[in-house]
Design a protein around this ligand. Sequence first.
Ligand code: SF4
Length: 382
Amino acid sequence: MPETDPFVVTPYEVKGRIDYDRLRELFGTQAIAPELLDRIRALAGGELSPLLARGIYYSHRDLGPLLEGFAAGRPFFLYSGRGPSGPLHTSHLVSFELCRWLQAKFGVPMYVQITDDEKFWARSGLSREETARWGLENLYDILALGFDPKRTHVFFDSRSIAALYPLAIRAARRITYSSVKAVFGFEPSTNIGLVFYTALQTVPAFWPSWSEGRSIPCLIPCGIDQDPHFRLTRDIAEGMGYPKPALVHSRMVPGLLGEAAMSTTGSARDNALFLNDPPKEIDRKVRNAFTGGRATVEEQRRLGATPEICSVWALWRSRFAPTEEEFGRITADCRSGALLCGDCKSALLERVHGFLWRHAAARERAKTWAESAIVTEAPHPV
Ligand code: SF4
């Protein structure tokens, strides 16, 4: 990244005010153009996910050919994952929410990878038991978003290794230490678990093609900061005999404290709404959230506020305003000064509490089928 850029976006660090068009140019990805959105809408029966309609997903690699294939009768599958180091917060749900929508509209399988091994290797402060426990807790939250039990499969790394390992062996042979060092910034002190893990992370993108013995395209929704990880998967795909996975990239959901992304380590826990936060914590965090409002009520009524810099607006945009009509009204009223920040936060809190209440019930239901979704056996040896 040139020094003149006032922002930094890597798989390990996001800071500064991100120029998303410039970032796309730097990464060499394509914009999700209106024609592509029209194509998705047509294939999805006339609807568009709010995450696409509002430009939260804004960049892609090879999405056009994937959609063309689907239109010609060649279904794809979805792949997303989670490194379980603690509870999920609302911005973690963005990629899974798009997957859920795509699964519902396109009727395609979903593969979730829970990387409890990687988090153990990456976080020396977490025990094996803790990463495994968070893995299950996170899995319940993910499945509770509404995934179809018949079409959803889970690689829980430490428990799915027999299923993953035959392909991981082949992938590992194609990935050099110099390439993972360049992508992940490994040091001489990096443990060898993390080095091998890069092979395991590629496997779900190829597994359905391998297990079914036919070429099945993969679509990976992820934050744009994660693009470098999957470039490596794309680099080895054709050599493995499988299609390169297509990617769609989201913008980062800004933190409640007004930062570029939801950093949540240490004292930054106030930067995000965790799914296991007690209601009073949710209230406190939203009440203290950074906004795009004016210094006084009078000024805001007269001049209006700035939604684009507001962390509360970002929550409306990414999850809590389900219709375009409502989201448009909130945005227009914010800009005109008709809506004041205190009232806006009260309305958002009502929506957040309602979501968490429903989510808790859905999570209990997800527990009844989560175990059966975990893949534990390879369909055949390599
Ligand atoms: Fe943010 Fe709402 Fe205030 Fe607008 S009215 S700046 S969206 S809190």
